[in-house]
Design a protein around this ligand. Structure first.
Ligand SMILES: NC(=O)c1ccc[n+]([C@@H]2O[C@H](COP(=O)([O-])OP(=O)(O)OC[C@H]3O[C@@H](n4cnc5c(N)ncnc54)[C@H](O)[C@@H]3O)[C@@H](O)[C@H]2O)c1
Length: 263
């Protein structure tokens, strides 16, 4: 399977190394707004010899396109004329970017869209109870460092260094959470896409002493109560949980597995 990666930061680089060691995947193209990242990465690869490609060429030539860049690019990728072809697959990490592009997503008929569980667990159960949910809450607690630079923090002049213990810095709905914390709250978008529940309540807590990125989800409905909690160690990128990378690797591996586990 020929693979192209858009966005060569933490997740993109690790996936490139994974592809490089795999016999099932051939990395042929990479793209990043910072070309030096691509060239630096190419130098370190041993099994594959990908080229820097612009996004058009990368989408045209790849069977599997991996988006691991930014939510701002998701719309352009979904509307690319070369994408919606049979035997193409698009894996999207910046799930938050889908919230403003739901129509485009629904119009895609041929290309298979892959959305890894990312930094959370339990999306299988949330999908199963879709349509039966009465309330759905997400509370995300992050070390202060993981929230630095978020548009909501900057706009509201929240001084993160003043936080001594735990402080709720945001309470609101999904679209405000996605807009205000684009690099932190892909999980809320994934929850929405799995549940189709349009009144998710999101809370974001900054914790000076937190070691983990913690996501606590509670869904209530006719089925009972589903409670899901993940306590993730941040990766090299403090905004990204290590589990998010592992979930992408697992989804890519499953493309070649004939035994599928979990719904
Ligand atoms: N689904 C989830 O649960 C989940 C979890 C963690 C991260 N993410 C998302 O995955 C994406 C990648 O995460 P990461 O930790 O690798 O981030 P990162 O910041 O380490 O890497 C992102 C890379 O994309 C590049 N980039 C930015 N804008 C670009 C553009 N317009 N075109 C091409 N390249 C561009 C950057 O230069 C950088 O190299 C982010 O959007 C992040 O929010 C999703």
């Amino acid at each position: 399977m020929k693979v192209g990666i858009i966005g060569c930061g933490f997740i993109g680089s690790e996936l490139a190394y994974f592809m490089d060691k795999s016999k099932d995947f051939q990395l042929i193209g990479m793209n990043d707004i910072d070309k030096n990242k691509v060239y630096g990465l190419i130098k370190n690869l041993k099994g594959n010899n990908p080229k820097f490609m612009d996004i058009d060429e990368l989408i045209k030539k790849s069977d599997l396109i991996v988006e691991s860049a930014t939510k701002n690019i998701v719309k352009d990728i979904l509307s690319n004329k070369n994408l919606d072809k049979k035997n193409k697959r698009l894996l999207i990490m910046s799930t938050g970017g889908l919230i403003g592009s739901l129509k485009l997503l629904n119009n895609i008929k041929n290309c298979e869209i892959l959305l890894p569980s990312g930094a959370i667990a339990g999306l299988d159960a949330i999908k199963s109870v879709s349509g039966k949910i009465k309330s759905l809450n997400l509370a995300t607690t992050k070390p202060v460092k993981g929230l630095e630079g978020a548009p909501y923090i900057l706009k509201n002049k929240i001084v993160l260094s003043d936080i001594t213990g735990k402080r709720t810095v945001f309470k609101g709905n999904l679209s405000d959470a996605v807009g205000g914390f684009p690099q932190n709250i892909n999980v809320a978008a994934a929850l929405f896409l799995a549940s189709k529940f349009d009144n998710i309540k999101v809370k974001i807590i900054a914790d000076k002493n937190a070691k983990y990125n913690t996501h606590e989800i509670e869904a209530i409905g006719d089925f009972g109560v589903i409670t899901i909690k993940t306590q993730n160690l941040p990766s090299k990128n403090p905004k990204t949980s290590y589990l998010a990378l592992l979930s992408a690797v697992q989804m890519i591996k499953s493309l070649k597995n004939n035994v599928k586990i979990g719904s």
